[in-house]
Design a binder for this molecule. Sequence first.
Ligand code: MG
Length: 160
Amino acid sequence: MDIRVGFGYDVHRWSADRPLILGGITIAHEMGLYGHSDADILLHAITDALLGALALGDIGTHFPDTDPTYRGADSVYFLTKAYELVGHEGYNLGNIDATIVMERPKLLPFIPSIRGRIASILSVELDQISIKATTSERMGFIGRDEGAAVMATVLIKKNI
Ligand code: MG
């Protein structure tokens, strides 16, 4: 197959006294997301989407949260490793489209930096990386500001 699509989904709960890290960027906010690693929910969803595109399992099987190696880990490592696997299988990135669902903070001012950071990590063009943000309109666990979610899709294409 010349092209393959992948989907990733991740959820983390809010936690006081942790930095908010999204797409490898630290964002000023009164809370961060809880997790074994740095809880970069955006990079986790994208990593899962890349692994999914090649039916290579998920982030939990590659980087188990029971492994002390990954305590506090920089999620850029997970993304980089997953993209290496994509390369080893003979594919490269077509594009990424992700939506962050978070009641607060407003993410619009941070989107350019996040896109730039992800494009830089993967050595791709900015227009291959789409990052969007929305709220949950005050409904459900996200709306009650208990946590956040990210959905990501990727398209990878065979190297020519
Ligand atoms: Mg996660």
